[in-house]
Design a protein around this ligand. Structure first.
Ligand SMILES: C[S@@+](CC[C@H](N)C(=O)[O-])C[C@H]1O[C@@H](n2cnc3c(N)ncnc32)[C@H](O)[C@@H]1O
Length: 203
């Protein structure tokens, strides 16, 4: 008989493949049709400053796939260490790197190593720096108490283990650290046909 843990592990593996496929497609073919907002249109909708969007590399803007604007409340200061969970093509991490300046540090974490390389290349193209580590937000590859601020944009809803993600965020934050997350919550229980559809879950 299959245990609950085994069932969850196999569902997570299916979801991981779908997430990698979906966001890789946004990064490789941003002009395609997706059933979620993305690109410059989405960033403008979420009040990203035009200056940021003009200054960031076209690829990072075109592949932006967030659900809000974590920079509105992050209050990042020069010299701070920021962690961007699910850094994607890098737009949010690049904006954070401008805010923390040359004495600050931006770490990204992404499931997909190809997205990490893309985000780092986009950051380098603007003359700034972010380090992206391949990994999962459920096991953040960052030491305890080493981060001033965690930002994330539309990623935690993708996890099967949201409580675990929050525990990990609190583990890596230093005492007095901050969180600025934009994400999706549902006020009502989703139907089983939605919950069981990896394509809908992944987007
Ligand atoms: C919604 S995008 C993030 C947008 C990004 N902040 C930007 O500036 O465009 C989602 C990213 O989260 C990553 N991701 C999804 N699930 C993840 C997980 N469990 N751990 C780490 N990264 C994850 C995906 O690979 C994808 O690159």
């Amino acid at each position: 008989m299959t245990s609950v843990a085994e069932t969850q592990a196999s569902l997570e593996a299916v979801l991981k493949d779908e997430i990698i496929r979906m966001y890789q497609e946004v990064a490789d073919k941003p002009q395609g049709t997706f059933h979620f907002f993305h690109g410059r249109e989405a960033a403008e909708l979420f009040d990203y400053e035009s200056d940021w969007l003009d200054r960031a590399p076209d690829g990072a803007v075109a592949s932006f796939a967030g659900v809000g604007n974590p920079h509105l409340r992050s209050r990042l200061k020069p010299g701070e260490t920021v962690l961007d969970l699910g850094s994607g093509a890098g737009l949010d991490a690049i904006i954070a790197s401008w805010m923390v300046g040359p004495n600050g540090r931006v770490l990204g974490v992404d499931l997909n190593p190809a997205m990490c390389l893309k985000a780092q290349a986009h950051a380098a193209a603007t003359g700034t720096r972010m380090e992206c580590r391949e990994g999962r937000m459920e096991d953040i590859p960052v030491p305890n108490g080493s981060v001033d601020v965690v930002i994330s944009n539309g990623v935690i809803n993708l996890s099967f283990r949201k409580r675990r993600v929050l525990e990990e965020i609190f583990r890596v934050l230093r005492t007095g650290g901050r969180i600025s997350i934009t994400d999706i919550v549902s006020a009502k229980q989703l139907s089983q046909s939605i919950v069981n559809d990896p394509k809908l879950w992944a987007s």
